[in-house]
Structures are given as C-alpha cells and as structure tokens.
Design a protein around this ligand. Structure first.
Ligand code: IMP
Ligand code: MG
Length: 193
C-alpha cells in the first residue's frame, strides 16, 4: 500500500516513517508550496542587479536546491554556516557563524536569503547583519518554516509553512544529525519547544 510518502513510478515504495516521527508535510505538499514561493521570489529577484542566493547551512540545503532551480533568474549561490542549537532541541540563544562567503563574493549583490526555519529570528538577523556588513543588500528572505509565536515582526518575507511548538525534522532539518535526508517534514513526538 502506498504510504503518505509514495513516490511516483512503478515499483517504487517509500520506506515507512521512522518510529517517533509524525508526518507534517509530504514531499508533494512541499513541492507545490515551493512553486508558489519561487514565483514570489522570482518577481523580487528579476530586477536585482547582481542576484545571489545565500543558503544557510546545514538545514536549508535541500530547500535551497529545490527553490533556486524553480527561479528563472540567473544567479550565483553562496553558503553560510550558522548554528544556534548545540545538541537537542533547545536553542543555546547564541548564534555561531562558522563559515561565510568572502566579502568580494557578496559585495554589491542583491541577496535572496534562504533559511530553514525562523524561530526566534536570531539566526536570520545575525546572517543578514554579516552579509550587509560585507556590502550586500538583502532583496528577499525566504524561510521554509516559520514558528507561530516566534520571531517578532517580519523576519522573513515569505515562509513555506507555519508550525506550532513541535520540533520538526526532515527535508534538511535534523535532530542531533538524524533525519536530515528524509524527503518530507515530520514532527518529533514528545518534543515541544
Ligand atoms: P532562531 O535563531 O531561533 O530563529 O532559530 C533558527 C534555527 O534554529 C534554525 O536555523 C534551525 O537550525 C534551528 N531550529 C529551530 N527550530 C527547529 C526545529 O523545529 N527543527 C530543527 N531545527 C530547528
Ligand atoms: Mg540543526
């Protein structure tokens, strides 16, 4: 029987969702939502002088790859590594940026900032600050997920899905390095933020 993750094509069955996880958004739901997000981002980036997508690692890698290929505006892609979580599901409150593109790469560019989830908004604020200090302007910020009751104000121009207190994994997001390569988004049972 085809589960919530059934892949198209004959004879291809998806493995069951691991125990302890609950499906939130299927691969098909994500793909449909990305079409909408890409259309909105394309409109903003079309006018950009030197368009550059900046992917916040690691969590946004899958989202970024799927989003940029839907945007018919020629652009380069750069990566920044930011982490506010140690192990587990509670934010340390401090954002550590351990890797970012060199200034010449970002100077003068109009950035499409791609983040996995905006929770308190600290990560996205710190990444923005660093890009702007290197001479970029932020044209558009897109998050895959936005936590309700999280960041005050408009930390992201657009978000794929709104979530509540659940800790979400899959489609790039991890819990202690697990579940990152799941093609869907799932909640970890018993983990609330
Ligand atoms: P913020 O700085 O509080 O907005 O937190 C954003 C960062 O926390 C994201 O880039 C994620 O890496 C991480 N994070 C927050 N909530 C979750 C979650 O539910 N699952 C996985 N990572 C999360
Ligand atoms: Mg993480």
């Amino acid at each position: 029987m085809a589960g919530p993750g059934a892949r198209r094509g004959p004879g291809r069955q998806r493995p069951p969702i691991p125990p302890g996880l609950r499906l939130l958004f299927s691969a098909e739901q994500i793909a449909a939502r990305l079409d909408e997000l890409a259309a909105a981002a394309s409109a903003k980036m079309a006018a950009a002088e030197k368009p550059l997508a900046v992917c916040v690692l690691k969590g946004a890698f899958m989202f970024c790859a799927d989003l940029v290929r839907r945007i018919p505006v020629g652009m380069d892609v750069a990566f920044v590594r930011a982490a506010s979580y140690g192990s587990g599901t509670v934010s340390s409150g401090r954002v550590r940026v351990s890797f970012e593109p060199p200034a010449p790469e970002v100077r003068g560019s109009a950035v499409l900032l791609i983040e996995d989830i905006v929770d308190t908004g600290r990560t996205i604020a710190e990444v923005r600050r660093r890009l702007v200090s290197r001479g970029a302007s932020i044209a558009c910020t897109v998050a895959l997920l936005r936590r309700k009751g999280g960041a005050a104000g408009a930390a992201a121009d657009a978000a794929g899905f709104e979530i509540g207190a659940e800790f979400v994994v899959g489609y790039g997001l991890d819990l202690d390095g697990k579940y990152r390569n799941l093609p869907y988004l799932a909640a970890v049972e018993g983990e609330a933020r």
